[in-house]
Design a protein around this ligand. Structure first.
Ligand SMILES: CC(C)(COP(=O)(O)OP(=O)(O)OC[C@H]1O[C@@H](n2cnc3c(N)ncnc32)[C@H](O)[C@@H]1OP(=O)(O)O)[C@@H](O)C(=O)NCCC(=O)NCCS
Length: 167
């Protein structure tokens, strides 16, 4: 498929299916080869934990990307964390990552929860995506990613009710 055909393809967001897990594992290996890509067991544990996972699908139902938000705490006092977001390499740059983060943040906003995440300090694309969506850098975790030993920024987006004040 050419770049212009990709740009013209409709994509859909929907809850990630357990049947997508094998493809998620393949995509993880493409995206995070040096940083302990997630196993099928890790994805199954996430989906069983009540985390909010979205998949992005093409018109034939093929998985193009996924994102997951863990929901912690209790009613009225939720915290959330973006645990993963990824788009298959050929489909990067077509707005799928933006759509996935928008979907995850809509869930966090419905809970009026802050959102936390870690991102490699050299991951300019992801950092730009997060900063565009209201995240600010909080600090650095040295050697957070293994086995690469790469550092991570911790980032936070305030609860939607604090947007005017904090953003
Ligand atoms: C980060 C990632 C999810 C972005 O998904 P994507 O579908 O390629 O991104 P989009 O096309 O929706 O672009 C959304 C925004 O991200 C940023 N962005 C995306 N690619 C970028 C690049 N190559 N350089 C700089 N910024 C970039 C821009 O802010 C962009 O907005 P703009 O197009 O208005 O400038 C994708 O690059 C990816 O899967 N990367 C590998 C996995 C990864 O690093 N995940 C994050 C782990 S914390």
């Amino acid at each position: 498929m050419t770049a212009s055909e990709r740009a013209a393809q409709p994509t859909t967001l929907a809850p990630l299916r357990r049947s997508d897990i094998p493809r998620c594992v393949e995509i993880e290996h493409l995206l995070f080869p040096g940083d302990d890509p997630w196993s099928a067991a890790a994805f199954r544990a996430e989906l069983s934990s009540g985390a909010y996972y979205l998949g992005a699908y093409d018109g034939d139902g093929a998985l193009l990307g996924y994102g997951g938000l863990a929901i912690l705490g209790t009613r009225g006092n939720y915290d959330t964390e973006v645990h993963t977001i990824g788009v298959v390499p050929q489909w990067q740059g077509y707005g799928i990552g933006a759509a996935l983060i928008t979907g995850l943040l809509a869930k966090a906003d419905a809970l009026d929860a802050p959102v936390f995440l870690e991102v490699r300090t050299d991951n300019d694309a992801a950092i730009a995506l997060y900063e565009k969506n209201g995240f600010v850098r909080m600090g650095v975790r040295k050697g957070y990613y293994q086995p690469s030993g790469a550092d991570a920024y911790t980032m936070r987006r305030p609860p939607v009710s604090r947007n005017e004040v904090d953003r």
